[in-house]
Design a protein around this ligand. Structure first.
Ligand code: SAM
Length: 208
């Protein structure tokens, strides 16, 4: 598995786990400055556990869509460069602000990821988009934000099947999303995120 610089496998609490170095966010296990990155609580963590080649080396500029309370965005900010974290729900965004207060490279944006024009004046071109919005229209959100991605950048997308259609077979939903993405991306790899997340697909894509 290729891990970005700044992400390590470490023995914490008697187990070998993914970890980043930074301020503790919640109840995660720690060892000195290192804190566990739990793939059961993070789609990007699960993608790394599955060995997907994310193209992340560390120090990238990142646009994170669907930051929620900052669980995963905090780990990204621990190893990446400037990290713009978009979240539209005020409640998780409050916690995100606390997480960002001790991370000078994490910039929370209380914005709707379906309306990139509302943050286009703030966000610089990025090396990676990490998306985990878990709402209907996940491919549309990824396509709308493609404008921020460098030509050689990467989209790291988590697709939640039930957010698109609760009744549909996830395999069909994932095929549809991959097809829609082709309008603006080349899909390089994808894998289901079980056992960490049921009925989720992790996708690595680049702009085309
Ligand atoms: N990525 C987070 C993590 O690993 O810590 C968890 C994200 S949670 C599954 C999905 C989040 O996306 C929710 O907090 C939700 O409010 C947010 N979201 C959904 N649609 C959004 C949109 N259009 N714009 C911004 N945030 C959105």
């Amino acid at each position: 598995m290729t891990l970005p610089a700044g992400v390590q496998r470490r023995d914490i609490g008697g187990q070998t786990v993914l970890a980043t170095r930074g301020e503790r966010v919640s109840e995660e296990a720690t060892d000195g400055e290192w804190r566990e990155w739990d793939p059961r609580r993070s789609k990007l963590g699960a993608m790394l556990e599955h060995g997907l080649d994310t193209g992340l080396d560390g120090d990238e500029t990142v646009l994170y869509l669907g930051a929620a309370a900052g669980t995963t965005a905090s780990h990204v900010a621990d190893f990446a460069g400037p990290t713009y974290a978009v979240e539209f729900a005020p409640r998780p965004a409050r916690d995100l602000l606390d997480v960002a207060a001790v991370r000078p490279n994490l910039f929370p944006l209380l914005k709707d990821a379906r309306k990139p024009e509302t943050y286009a004046h703030v966000v610089e071109p990025v090396d990676a988009i990490v998306q985990d919005v878990a709402t209907r229209g996940q491919a549309t959100v990824a396509l709308a934000n493609r404008q921020f991605l460098h030509d050689d950048g990467r989209l790291l997308l988590a697709v939640k099947a039930r957010s698109e259609d609760v009744t549909a077979d996830p395999v069909t939903v994932f095929d549809d999303v991959r097809d829609q993405l082709r309008e603006g991306y080349e899909v390089l790899a994808s894998t289901r995120l079980e056992p960490f997340h049921d009925d989720h697909l992790g996708v690595v894509a680049r702009p085309r």
